[in-house]
Design a protein around this ligand. Structure first.
Ligand SMILES: [Zn+2]
Ligand SMILES: [Zn+2]
Length: 444
């Protein structure tokens, strides 16, 4: 999951869910039996993390895992490290499950005996540490566990399973690359697409979900504020871009506070400002870097237009010509909002309640973070998608943190340490039960 907002408010209340009986009462026992295999896979993945777009060994291992239980694997697909595993099993719906493969340039400080000690060279030539600080190693272990459970019990369902290992979720671009290469044309087009993400607040053994918009549109925007530089002692002979940039930063705060509906969440953050080199020189330009968050496309486009309008107005008021108005560049690595199909969400939440018990299934608030899984639903025609949160915190550590008024390590933190066994088992149980429900109840 891309860059976290710590302001996220997580837990809602337990919903009164219509619990659906798990289609396979023997599933939990099967998962218990398979767990040692999955734990060794998890430990391997955790100790061998790789950065976005460089998940070569990770992809190789996941492809081997899927092949070994009967999936037809195409790799690489969607860049050099993506992979698609298909299990054909007669007539019926097609369900896609996605796991992301990449880790982060973070030095692990969990103190765990299996903590990552991996370093690598990044694209800039720097030596950087690598850690699965966003829990994608859990996601892959759950994907493989689900693949094994459903392959072993294929006499219980018919249809098609499409399991994908997606590269570069953290940098965005992996989902886009897979779709661009023809994921929905070269492989069976899914009737439903599912994914999960570990959660650093929910206790292991539980899951959380949110219907409708669950994660935000993420845009990175660069603004160049132009001026006319000169001597710092003669400001009257210049148009100072430092002053203009300062005014612009403050004026941009009025987009959310004064121009948008207070009930429509949005974020405009100026995270970086660079300009000038010396106190007595007025530079020609100043660079700003922003991140924008929103849910609807309309709001997203509106925010970008307002940034341009405010920038142009400021430049004009300072006496700059139209050619000198700020240049606003919306970067390509846009991540669209993730929208959980409400009907699908309701169905699967009922399956979860049946599999785990209602008290282990909670609603959570949407977050302003981004997740490129949303792209798998935004095709034409749209595919109903659902991403849920998988609790991963040791309940004892959560209780201790609450007693001491401490906050638990966030995702992307060097101290984020999911509790493997209940987390992975719960992930495999919920994902397998969800897929089985969709395969066994087509067209509901
Ligand atoms: Zn993530
Ligand atoms: Zn992340």
């Amino acid at each position: 999951m891309k860059y976290l907002s710590l302001l996220c408010c997580l837990l809602g209340s337990c919903l009164a869910l219509p619990a659906q009986q798990s289609s396979l009462p023997e599933l939990p026992a099967w998962i218990d039996q398979d767990y040692p295999y999955l734990e060794s896979l998890y430990l391997h993945l955790h100790t061998h993390p790789e950065l976005s777009f460089y998940e070569f060994e990770t992809a190789k291992r996941i492809a081997e895992e899927l092949r070994s239980v009967g999936y037809t694997v195409s790799a690489p697909f969607g860049g050099s490290t993506g992979l698609v595993g298909v299990l054909e099993n007669g007539e019926g719906p097609t369900v896609l499950v996605r796991a992301d493969l990449d880790a982060l340039p973070v030095a692990e400080e969990t103190g765990l005996p299996y903590a990552s000690r991996v370093t690598t060279t990044d694209e800039a030539g720097n030596t950087v540490p690598v850690m699965h600080a966003c829990g994608h190693d859990v996601h892959m272990s759950v994907l493989v566990g689900t693949a094994r459970a459903l392959a072993a019990q294929r006499d219980q369902w018919s249809g098609r399973l499409v399991l994908i290992g997606q590269p570069a979720e953290e940098r965005s671009g992996g989902a886009k690359a897979m779709l661009k290469e023809g994921l929905y044309e070269k492989f069976p087009r899914p009737d439903y697409a599912l994914a999960l993400h570990v959660n650093e607040q929910l206790p292991a053994g539980s899951v959380g979900y949110c219907s409708g918009f669950a994660m935000a549109n993420v845009d990175m925007v660069d603004i160049t504020v132009y001026g006319r530089g000169g001597h710092g002692a003669a400001p009257h002979l210049t148009i100072d871009p430092v002053v203009l940039a300062a005014r612009l930063i403050l004026d941009l705060q009025t987009i959310v506070s004064r121009e948008l509906d207070p009930l429509a969440p949005a974020v405009v953050t100026v995270g970086a400002i660079h300009g000038g080199a010396k106190g007595n020189v007025i530079p020609d330009q100043v660079e700003l870097q922003l991140t924008l968050r929103s849910y609807s496309d309309e709001l997203r486009n509106g925010i970008i237009e307002k940034i341009e309008r405010i920038g142009n107005g400021l430049a004009a008021s300072a006496g700059l010509s139209e050619q000198e108005y700020p240049k606003v560049v919306v970067r390509d690595e846009y991540t669209p909002a993730l929208y959980n199909d409400p009907k699908l969400t309701e169905r699967i939440a009922g399956v979860f309640a049946g599999a785990l018990g209602k008290e282990q299934v909670v609603t959570v608030d949407p977050r302003m973070v981004g997740e490129d899984f949303g792209r798998f639903g935004r095709t034409d025609p749209r595919v109903p998608i659902f991403l849920y949160w998988l609790g991963s915190v040791d309940p004892a550590k959560k209780a201790e943190a609450e007693r001491n008024g401490q906050t638990l390590p966030a995702l992307h933190s060097s101290r984020y340490a999911p509790l493997p066994e209940p987390t992975i088992k719960t992930g495999v149980l919920t994902m397998s039960a969800a897929v089985l429900h969709l395969l066994q109840n087509p067209g509901k």
